[in-house]
Design a protein around this ligand. Structure first.
Ligand SMILES: [Zn+2]
Length: 331
């Protein structure tokens, strides 16, 4: 529709002009494709400048050789914590389970390691004053057992609806017993989530975004949170590739495409709060410490702002692109 197109191009022009006036580069601007692909070193340099000072931890994790690693299953439990008026975090310190409270019960995002549900996840919720019997939905960021580990118990005990993509119901069905967790209890196939079909629970809308790469059906979730009543928008990218070395190049390329798509959605939904289910590259421990000493009027340590949030994912993507080019030139 020409009118919309014209309006959009005006918006882009206006945004660029405003950004120029403000002395910042608009994140929307994608560089035109160069004639020859950039070298890994050039990509790493550009990731470093995108990261600036504020996002150095994410650059260090993904762009500095030897730092990227999977989550540690033996990491200690997280100190149960209320992050926002309606968002709580429990579980393992490297595999977090989020509890989003709504006017129609609790939505869990992920359900923790197999074996942790009765020792860590549910006691954590109780400690925060939440009643596990009010868990209505468990949304899975992806279908690996460190995320669906507690789902079967919640399904049986409380009748909680378990939800993931059709592709990741298949991932769950196909997952083999692991050395560490043995035969993890699998939830019975239940709700299917799709991008474009937000889940509405009471006063809360959760928007799933398809981000295949880590698994074929990985999802990000976007939802509103409140900080002392002040509204923000949280983004949880539920399928981050933590150890790209284990992932074949085609899946890494799919992951890079998923990040680009996610950035588009996060821009239009104005996501400004950064949280992870595997919070090992986003300074979560330091931010949790800052939350405990936060004084009235201080910025909430999990509120980055929309532009830095988009930059965060551009840093991850640029480091992954460096990894891809590196591997393609070596072969
Ligand atoms: Zn995981």
């Amino acid at each position: 529709m020409p009118t919309t197109k014209r309006r959009n191009s005006h918006c882009v022009l206006l945004a660029s002009l405003l950004a120029l006036l403000a002395g910042v580069t608009p994140v929307a601007a994608q560089p035109s494709p160069p004639s020859s692909p950039p070298s890994p070193a050039a990509l790493i340099d550009s990731a470093r400048s995108l990261a600036g000072k504020d996002l150095l931890p994410v650059f260090d994790f993904f762009c500095v050789a030897g730092n990227a690693r999977p989550n540690n299953f033996s990491a200690p439990p997280l100190q149960p914590v209320q992050l926002f008026d309606n968002l709580y975090a429990v579980g393992n310190s490297e595999t977090i389970v989020y509890a989003l409270t709504t006017t129609n019960g609790i939505v869990l995002i992920d359900s923790g390691h197999p074996g942790d549900i009765d020792t860590v996840v549910l006691p954590g919720l109780v400690k925060l004053g939440l009643n596990p019997a009010n868990i209505k939905y468990v949304l899975l960021g992806h279908g690996h057992s460190d995320h669906y580990g507690g789902a079967a118990a919640l399904q049986k005990r409380y009748g909680a609806r378990i939800a993931t993509t059709a592709a990741d119901w298949d991932t769950i069905a196909a997952e083999k017993p692991s050395q560490l967790f043995g035969d993890a209890p699998k939830p019975a196939r239940d709700m299917v989530l799709r991008e474009g079909e937000p889940l509405v629970v009471g006063d809360t809308t959760i928007t799933p975004v398809a981000i295949p790469g880590h698994t074929p059906g990985s999802l990000a979730f976007i939802f509103a949170v409140r900080d002392g009543g002040k509204p923000h928008v949280a983004g949880l990218f539920g399928g981050t590739v933590l150890a790209p070395g284990f992932v074949p190049v085609p899946a890494l390329k799919q992951y890079v495409a998923s990040i680009a798509h996610y950035i588009d959605v996060a821009r239009s939904m104005r996501v400004d709060v950064e949280i992870q289910n595997h919070p090992i590259f986003d300074a979560t421990p330091a931010r949790l410490a800052a939350l405990t000493t936060r004084k009235a009027g201080d910025v909430h340590p999990f509120v980055l702002g929309n532009q830095p949030y988009l930059r965060f994912w551009q840093v991850v993507s640029t480091c992954m692109q460096a990894e891809i080019v590196q591997r393609e030139t070596v072969k």
